[in-house]
Design a protein around this ligand. Structure first.
Ligand code: PLP
Length: 233
């Protein structure tokens, strides 16, 4: 485990690299938020990163997110669910989650809408798009996106707010660029098809290996874990 000051330094380095990448392409750095991915990390590491200024935390697994949120009541953070979510788990995450990055079916969206309403909350919903068509990845394909997005616009409590993708793993960050550019184009195509731009404000893309490229290609949310906390066990 890294020390508190190493974690703080890493967070600040990632933040400044995000800002530099934004400026390189003429974007406002304030338009990009860092989601600090805390999956598998302990409370000490999470407290360190919050103290250093992290405000948005991402978790993959329902139990882990709910348990951590319960252990840190009143912490000044927003929880992001970034992993595949079974619709039957929506009830557990609805009271905690603010942004669900992995909507991949109408069933999940409807269930989250119902559970968020019951919890008196609004959850931002991003549609996960499998842009590379990988069989091992979750997410809808492009045809599925054009089918799903207009249906999600109707929901008020699971509120459509954008798109998310995870390109194929590659050592070279530039290999991700066409996939990120594709997600941005899909957003534009949805707008051309009549979905209002403010319901598609977010592009969640980029991880430790490629977040700077993602920012250059228009990411508004990047999801970074390893660059901040070191390798996972
Ligand atoms: C684990 C994970 C991340 C963060 O990955 P790092 O390589 O540790 O930055 C981002 N997004 C998703 C969906 C993840 O599962």
């Amino acid at each position: 485990m890294l020390s508190r000051s190493e974690i703080a330094d890493n967070l600040h380095l990632v933040q400044s690299r995000i800002a530099d990448a934004a400026v390189r392409v003429g974007r406002n750095p304030d338009d990009v938020a860092l989601v600090t991915v805390t999956k598998t990390r302990g409370l000490e590491e999470i407290e360190a990163v919050i103290e250093a200024g992290a405000t948005d935390l991402g978790e993959n697994y329902v139990q882990e997110m709910v348990a951590k949120a319960e252990q840190m009541p009143g912490a000044p953070v927003t929880w992001h669910a970034i992993g595949h979510l079974q619709s039957k788990k929506a009830r557990q995450v609805a009271p905690v989650v603010s942004v669900l990055h992995s909507v991949d079916s109408l069933k999940l969206a409807l269930e989250m809408d119902k559970r968020a309403e019951a919890a008196g909350r609004e959850v931002l919903a991003l549609i996960q798009v499998n842009v590379a068509g990988e069989e091992t990845k979750f997410g809808v394909d492009e045809a599925g996106l054009f089918d799903l997005a207009p249906q999600l616009v109707e929901l008020d409590n699971a509120r459509l707010a954008g798109l998310m993708t995870m390109p194929p793993y590659a050592d070279d960050a530039d290999a991700s660029r066409p996939h990120f550019a594709r997600l941005r184009l899909l957003r534009e195509e949805l707008i051309e098809r009549g979905i209002s731009a403010h319901r598609l404000g977010h592009l969640s893309m980029g991880m430790t290996s490629d977040y700077e490229v993602a920012v250059e290609e228009g990411a508004t949310l990047v999801r970074v874990g390893t660059a901040i906390f070191g390798p996972r066990d």
